[in-house]
Write a protein that binds this ligand. Structure first.
Ligand SMILES: [Zn+2]
Length: 189
């Protein structure tokens, strides 16, 4: 899949909007990205999962590990395409851990899969979950790289699209300066 094909799926499903948005952080942006909206279509999720699998098959992972909740759907699809287990880690008392009887062994070669990587923080945390279980972590993959996270992983990172989403405090927002009305994503006009 090309960058354009990936972004077309996002646009078709309303997962990528262009305009003037007030994000949940309170910051303003000219773009709104919500990968759950593209992944709600199983056929799109499958295409994206297969595209990530094509770029990571050479690593010969034996398991995919994703952080809940955002990484679960795409992790499942990458696991399907690679024909390996797809596990997820989830938070308990603030720490990401394996629950539900999920296990990783020292013989496991793990690919960490997320929907969107921004700072790399949750990716590193998910890698640490696999490492603390004794497994080998091969690298990470995501549909979208929103910034400069990849450099901080010290392991290979494969992403389908790199897209920085600018965010501005309202008082220095160039779109506000132009007098454009701001909308909260998800609200219906
Ligand atoms: Zn604004």
């Amino acid at each position: 899949m090309t960058d354009k094909e990936v972004l077309d799926l996002f646009r078709q499903s309303g997962a990528l909007l262009e305009g003037h948005f007030r994000l949940s952080s309170g910051l303003h942006s000219d773009r709104y990205l919500q990968s759950a909206l593209v992944l709600q279509y199983p056929e799109f999720a499958e295409l994206l999962g297969r595209a990530i699998a094509e770029r990571t098959a050479h690593l010969q992972a034996t398991a995919v590990l994703s952080p809940a909740l955002g990484g679960i759907v795409i992790g499942q699809e990458v696991g399907r395409a690679l024909h390996v287990r797809a596990l997820f880690a989830e938070r308990q008392d603030g720490a990401l851990i394996l629950r539900r009887g999920f296990t990783l062994a020292p013989s496991d070669r793990v690919l960490v899969v997320e929907d969107v990587i921004t700072t790399g923080g949750s990716t590193r945390e998910t890698m640490a979950v696999a490492q603390s279980a004794g497994a080998q972590v091969l690298g990470a993959a995501a549909i979208i790289d929103r910034g400069r996270g990849g450099a901080r992983l010290n392991l290979p990172l494969q992403t389908l699209v790199t897209m920085e989403v600018p965010a501005y405090p309202p008082e220095s927002c160039p779109l506000c300066a132009k007098g454009l009305a701001v909308v909260k994503p998800g609200s219906r006009a």
